[in-house]
Design a protein around this ligand. Structure first.
Ligand code: MG
Length: 381
């Protein structure tokens, strides 16, 4: 046996291991700027590593998911959300004989474009950019990997593979973008479909966990949600006197149940339709990756409960309302010149336009950096 497994050997194994409808690294549609392949890493392993080593990825640690930054050190932020979602995606992709590294790369990049303060920040920024080409977090994720990261001598951005960018883009592109964008198809590849569902499984479950931990969600309220109630009943007896344990066990069982249902129902659909290859998947009007009907309905009810009780909770809304002026005041102060911009932002006015360069700068901020900039602005520092 040879001790070394190089990229060619790994690609050959992919050919045997993956389903015909999976994306094969060796068959990637390639990168915008041509590069020679790495001796030991496939195209998607390389994409994944470029994302993990990016500046935008590190900033995820200090960006809000639902709760405004550091209300508690145990609560999730965008980095921990991203890691949880990517592990779920890997499990599902592997079990479905899909390209695990592609699914992983897409999930690791999927939240890069989020503004500080979650959706509250995004709402303000899209309002401010309405007359200047608009703002959207999916588009911003692609903008970061295609344009804003600056690490290579021969091109801007990370020059990721077509398939990873296709997965990041999500809903097609109807705006100006500095490099050619993947052609929209009826559906993205299966690895991108897995990434979307893994994101949903991850955030629903960790929001339940964080919601209960923070006291914004209560067990009494959740009693009215059948999916929660059933799952809780299935685990409670094993640790009845230890609420922290049965609560954790309920979340574990729920992630497991959702992931298992998703991969079994998806496998059944694929086996029935037998798409010839990934292009056949892209041309199929309906997504293959999805839950069974019964669980899908129960999951919708659980998500509705979270929206009504947690995301719309007065305390969460109040925090969001406090975050809005931070983005608005900073943006306006940079535009008017009341607050000085760093040289690297001003240097981009000529190429990207003043408004876009400022939007990129503000969107890229972490919650705590935006807060400290805002405090400095108010105090005239
Ligand atoms: Mg997400």
């Amino acid at each position: 046996m040879r001790a070394l497994r190089d990229r060619i050997a790994y690609e050959r194994e992919e050919g045997e291991r993956l389903a015909p409808w999976a994306v094969r690294s060796a068959a990637s549609r390639g990168r915008v700027h041509e590069e020679s392949e790495h001796p030991y890493r496939t195209a998607f392993q390389r994409d994944r590593d470029r994302i993990v080593h990016s500046r935008a990825f590190r900033r995820l640690e200090y960006k809000t998911q639902v709760f405004v930054y550091h209300e508690g050190d145990h609560l999730r932020n965008r980095l921990t959300h991203t890691l949880e979602a990517s592990q779920i995606a890997r499990t599902i992709a592997r079990a479905l004989r899909l390209n695990e590294e592609l699914a992983e790369a897409i999930v690791l990049a999927h939240d890069l474009g989020h503004t500080p303060f979650g959706h509250a920040g995004e709402r303000v920024l899209s309002e401010l950019m309405r007359e200047h080409g608009d703002f959207d977090h999916n588009r911003q994720s692609l903008r970061i990997v295609d344009w804003l990261e600056d690490r290579y001598p021969d091109f801007r951005g990370l020059n990721l593979s077509h398939e990873t960018r296709e997965g990041i883009l999500k809903h097609g592109c109807h705006w100006e973008h500095p490099v050619p964008v993947p052609e929209p198809t009826a559906q993205p590849c299966l690895e991108a479909q897995v990434a979307d569902r893994a994101d949903e499984i991850a955030y629903t479950n960790h929001d339940l966990d964080d919601g209960l931990r923070s006291g914004l969600l209560t067990l009494e309220d959740l009693e009215g949600v059948p999916l929660w109630k059933e799952t809780l009943a299935s685990v409670r007896g094993r640790a009845a006197s230890r609420p922290a344990v049965w609560r954790a066990q309920t979340i574990i069982a729920l992630i497991n149940r959702l992931s298992t249902d998703l991969l079994e129902c998806t496998a059944a659909r694929l086996e029935a339709a037998v798409p010839r290859d990934v292009d056949a998947v892209r041309a199929t009007p309906e997504r293959f990756v999805g839950f069974g009907e019964e669980l899908a309905a129960a999951f919708v009810a659980l998500k509705r409960h979270l929206r009504e009780t947690l995301y719309e909770h007065p305390q969460v809304r109040e925090k969001n309302a406090q975050a809005e002026p931070v983005i608005g005041d900073l943006f306006r102060a940079y535009v008017s010149g009341a607050r000085a911009l760093p040289d690297h932002v001003r240097a981009r006015f000529a190429e990207d336009g003043q408004m876009r360069a400022i939007a990129d700068y503000v969107a890229g901020m972490t919650d705590r950096f935006a807060q400290s900039e805002h405090a400095a602005l108010r105090e005239g520092r």
